[in-house]
Design a protein around this ligand. Sequence first.
Ligand code: CAA
Length: 693
Amino acid sequence: MTAINPVTDLSKDGDIAIVTLNSPPVNALSAAVRDGLAAGFRQAVADPQVKGIVRICEGRTFIAGADISEFGSQMKGTSLFDVQAAMEDSPKPVVAAIHGTALGGGLEVALCAHYRVAVPSARCGLPEVNLGLLPGAGGTQRLPRIVGVEKALEMVTSGQHVPARQCLEMGLVDELAPEGTLKQTAVAFTRRIVAENKPLRKVRENNAKVEAARDHPKIFENFRKAKARKFRGFQAPESNIRCIEAAVSLPFEEGLKTERKLFLELMTGPQSAAQRYAFFAERQANKIPDVPDDTATLPIRKVGVVGAGTMGGGIAMNFANAGVPVTIVEAAPDALDRGLGVVRRNYERSARGGRFTAEDVETRMGLLTGSLNLQDLADCDLVIEAVFEQMDVKKDVFRRLDGIVRQGAILASNTSYLDIDEIAGATGRLESVIGLHFFSPANVMRLLEIVRGAKTSKAVIATAMKLAKTIGKVGVLVGVGPGFVGNRMLAQRSREAQKLVLEGAMPWDVDRVLYDFGFPMGPFAMGDLAGLDIGWVRETSKGETLREVLCEMDRRGQKTGAGYYDYDENRNARPSPVTEKIIRDLRIRNGIDPRVISDAEILERTLYPMINEGANILDEKKAIRASDIDIVWINGYGWPVYRGGPMYYGDRIGLDKVLARMKAFQAQMGDDFKPSPLLERLAADGEKFLDAR
Ligand code: CAA
């Protein structure tokens, strides 16, 4: 074995050379990796005894892509194109041996090998779109030449990681190696290629599939139409599509030029910068300063959920999906049946949509046990309470659970507002109590706010963070306080939205501005979806606010066919003359002379107080870092990832500008706009949230 450089080795198995990369954690294509690969190939090609070359990686994965941390700085060392040319133009057959994930630049390197072998657990994909980019090393030109235009469009715009068996069917992989035998199988495969004198296949020369697509010009138009909703606001999907169009209409080299041009446009644009930021921010959120990575975690073999309502059912689904048995406890048999019925219907809908098989539905349902008795949770490792959002109800549940569930097990609350420490006080195990705040629909939304109580132990925190990953969520650790991070900031936006309507805007004006900003829906449409009667009590309702009047009229949102909006039988929303009249009456009753409110004011009034509240949260140390707040908003509330989250957005605008607007609003409208001390400090020092310590 020869060390080519610190991350690359060259060894031989008879007449087959093996170029091995070992650059933890994910063998990303850093300058050292590119240099090592190019030099390794040169040496292997120059060695007269070598007849074929295998490209393989050590560690957890094949190359996971370009080194994203190098983006935006001056490129050093060998270019990726030179590495690719060294492989593709090699006079000896080159075989890529894939395990883990071959992603982005990693797959683009593999596409320059003459053949590809993979283990069944491997996955291949071009996920650049998720970073606001496109595959910039020939991926958009080579992929359709193997898998065809339609599959290529799907892969580059979804960024999906395609399992090896499917890659084999598509021709992206030539042979599967039994798990654990990748190196031997790849060497044997290469030897066979040599012995049988098989051609040195260059994907770039394989034009049949792109030529065939020339007779079907509608492919692109239809694809754009079908995905318009999903791609709204994002630049990268359209650029990816245009590259595949270029692969069809232009010769390979010309297509590469289009790819290069569009890649550079995206790379230097604001959307990709925000999406790359979000990628690292998400990983950063896992790092808890006083809970080291090696903190021992507790095993979670069986979970209990108290409450089979919408939230409880959704929470339980997460665990069943991850193969963890769950017992759901409800007070009454019909409520339990209803809850389990909803879960089954959700699974069946997913199966109909092709996301999994009918067998998977049964496997998952088989992991769910319904019960009417809290005693059945005695042997759980974790119990999550998802009952009515009222302190005395929650405390009662915790008091009872404390007497039933084995000592050492974790007791978690799904509260979205209440004080975890007060809830923990109902138990004799303060160190084992934590908040696990799921977002509705709990089986879909990626965010999990993990609320750390004053006494929660490090082992319990580490377990919750790990658990989030196990069930496919993004866990963000937050402190105790009303509404934690997400809902506390949301309250600012909701208040301003309501005020704007009294002052002169209509709900659909406010919603349109926030929708155009990139949110999936505005606050009023969201209210209608959730139900306007959440937290509304008929007995104490005084008909003083828009929401109270609507609820009193039984306009409680989509479920009653009307709320802020009117809905048709397909739940399509229309601005409502009824709502408009109520608003006008409320204005008269409150002596408000309506004015024309600009879109710019709507945006500033709804977003700046949120940014300001984020600053208060940071100042009070209820979030570890500004980027954690951004991850909460991107994953829990639909903040458009291409705008990086509220704190990132505030930084881009300039904190001095945000502060100046807050002060101007404060002068006009009072202390709802009181600037956060942290915002004042940072603005005065010319600093950003993301640099603040
Ligand atoms: N560049 C730099 N660092 C990377 C990286 C990359 N491409 N991919 C992952 N990392 C880092 C992560 O930041 C993380 O670092 P820390 O431990 O310091 O936080 C570490 O590797 C492990 O990553 P994960 O925690 O995400 O590990 P995982 O096992 O859950 O997932 C993965 C592994 C599926 C590879 C995931 O990391 C991933 O999706 N990576 C990005 C893949 C990607 O987008 N590739 C395309 C890059 S762009 C490109 O290639 C452009 C081109 O055309 C040339």
